[in-house]
Design a protein around this ligand. Structure first.
Ligand code: GLN
Length: 546
């Protein structure tokens, strides 16, 4: 039996997007965990895509993979990292996934032959999934982040779901609005009016915020808090200052200073909470470990999903970045991550490969398709030949195998099925189950996805890193190291140090006579957490920083 009814905290965005709703929401979850509350999170994305797996990473950022194989928005990675727990399919929804559920239910006569309406049936389906996510974990608190900004057409059904859920459980639902308070440079004063308008817009949906988180370049002063308090009918203590911070991991600490934890517990009337100094200290220790050190490790990430117009975005590699940070802090060093567009390290650019010389380590992350792959292969060859620590992730492992086949085993035409299905030497080939899926144009959610067990070979670097022979890691791929060529690579000195339990799929490859040369078919970055850095990244950076 539960001691008190499950509570739901909706987080919505006012004024504009990109002000850190996801981080705010994860941080609220974190500070409630300090009170020994069991917190889970639901992320709602208003787009029609059923999941994030089919979207271009340059535009949409990384697709984050859950243990159960669901391909989600990168924000789900934030939730897992802050809350230090693995989430599932029910923790994520989009307009597309909800409509799909409703339509499938209708097709199977799940509505008993009645007319199915957009309202209330779609919001009901939203509520059902939110409740399911809470139930599955017996959560005390379900954080529900509604993507997009108030006033947008596309998230209105989700706000409607929030309103209806509040009607069902008036005592147990809270609305937090994450807003933005600009300081126009010509005026030099923090302005509250856009937030006031956002609150008015929100009221049109039938709910108003219980708490306003005011994101801004600087601390919000008392005068502004008073203004918002009067204009938005909220007590002053419900107006929380959330200024820009150096690191997103500083946000929970700031919220604690503002008393947001106590405020939420009070507003939701949660009885008998116990503050856990241990949990809060653990987090503080991590945050302190991220402060400047006197040693720095310089890492080059050779990828390709950076260029959008005049801007360089690194969102496609967010989990890799965070995994590197956590492990650097664990090793007590700072990390300087440098981005290299692999398309510039091939063709005419190949002669510039020595730019990589000044780095302590090289990472080649995951990817798809043919563009930029020769540049990545050049980078891998450089790391191998120059003895620079190298970490390959997914496509990075496949390309490392191709590089080895070409330049060590003398198989000049070595390539991947993904690049040339008719090639003779497909060192990387398609997994048997995948062939038909592609023939049928069945791309969405159909890769080898999610956590699978693997067996690590004793006496290898991988075994030294994990300290065990049995591991489980998250995957997202269609292609694999061709078993026929695996033998050739091994005869020439490469070691396959982990495989699927049946021995068929290569999961980790490594080179014995190299300071650190290891590549994984899976994505270890998806399981790296602030409080639990991934051992592969930690060992890679330990060697790199020496
Ligand atoms: N494109 C490769 C595959 O599908 C690698 C995928 C990845 O890097 N995530 O197998």
């Amino acid at each position: 039996m539960r001691k008190f009814p499950r509570k739901y905290i909706f987080v919505v965005g006012g004024v504009m997007s990109g002000v850190g709703k996801g981080v705010a929401s994860s941080s609220i979850g974190k500070i409630l965990q300090f009170h020994n509350l069991n917190v889970t999170a639901v992320k709602i994305d208003p787009y029609v895509n059923v999941d994030a797996g089919t979207m271009n990473p340059t535009e949409h950022g990384e697709a984050f993979i859950l243990d159960d194989g669901h391909e989600c928005d990168q924000d789900m990675g934030n939730y897992e990292r802050f809350l230090n727990k693995s989430l599932r399919r029910s923790n994520y929804m989009t307009t597309g996934s909800i409509y799909l559920k409703v339509i499938q239910k209708e097709r199977s006569l799940g509505y008993g032959g009645r007319c199915v309406d957009v309202v209330p049936d779609v919001p009901f389906a939203v509520i059902e999934q939110i409740k399911e996510a809470g139930r599955r974990e017996n959560a005390d608190i379900v954080m529900v982040e509604i993507g997009g900004t108030l006033g947008e057409y596309q998230n209105i059904l989700f706000l409607e779901a929030g309103r209806m859920l509040r009607d069902q459980h008036p005592e147990d639902v809270l609305f937090v609005m994450v807003s933005y308070l600009p300081i126009p440079s010509k005026i030099g004063e923090m302005k509250t009016k856009p937030t006031q308008y956002a609150v008015r817009t929100m009221r049109q949906t039938g709910v108003s915020p219980d708490i306003i988180l005011g994101r801004s370049p600087r601390e919000m002063d008392d005068k502004r808090k008073e203004k918002l308090s009067v204009a938005c009918s909220l007590p002053k203590k419900a107006i929380i200052s959330a200024p820009d911070v150096k690191s997103i991991y500083d946000v929970p600490g700031n919220f604690m200073t503002e008393g947001l934890d106590r405020l939420i517990i009070e507003k939701l009337k949660i009885p008998g909470t116990r503050f856990s100094a241990k949990k809060s200290d653990q987090w503080d220790t991590f945050v302190r470990s991220s402060k400047p050190h006197n040693k720095e490790v310089r890492v080059a990430v050779v990828g390709k999903y950076f260029d959008t117009g005049d801007f360089v975005l690194t969102d496609a590699y967010i989990s890799v970045i965070e995994a590197l940070k956590f492990s650097a802090y664990k090793n007590g060093v700072d990390i300087d991550i440098n981005w290299f567009n692999s398309k510039k390290l091939e063709g005419k650019g190949a002669k510039d490969i020595a730019v990589l010389k000044e780095f302590d380590g090289i990472v080649v992350p995951g990817g798809f398709g043919s563009s930029g792959i020769e540049g990545k292969i050049n980078a891998i060859r450089y790391a191998r030949e120059q003895g620079i620590p190298f970490l390959g992730l997914c496509y990075g492992m496949q390309l490392a195998s191709i590089e080895y086949a070409r330049n060590v085993c003398g198989i000049a035409g070595a390539t991947s099925y993904e690049l040339d299905p008719d090639a003779k030497d497909k060192v990387i080939t398609i997994m048997p189950a995948q062939e038909k899926l592609l023939r049928d144009g069945n791309y969405g959610g159909s890769m080898r996805l999610g956590a699978y067990p693997a067996v690590v070979r004793e006496g290898t670097l991988a075994h030294k890193i994990y300290g065990t022979t049995e591991i489980s890691e998250r995957h997202r791929h269609r292609y694999e190291l061709n078993p026929e060529y695996g033998n050739v690579l091994e005869e020439n000195g490469l070691v396959i140090s982990a495989t699927s339990p049946d021995g068929v799929l290569a999961e980790i490859i490594e080179l014995p006579d190299h300071p650190f040369f290891l590549a994984t078919q899976f994505h270890p970055e998806m399981k790296a957490r602030p409080l639990d850095p991934h051992p592969i990244f930690t060992e890679f950076l330990r060697v790199a920083s020496e």
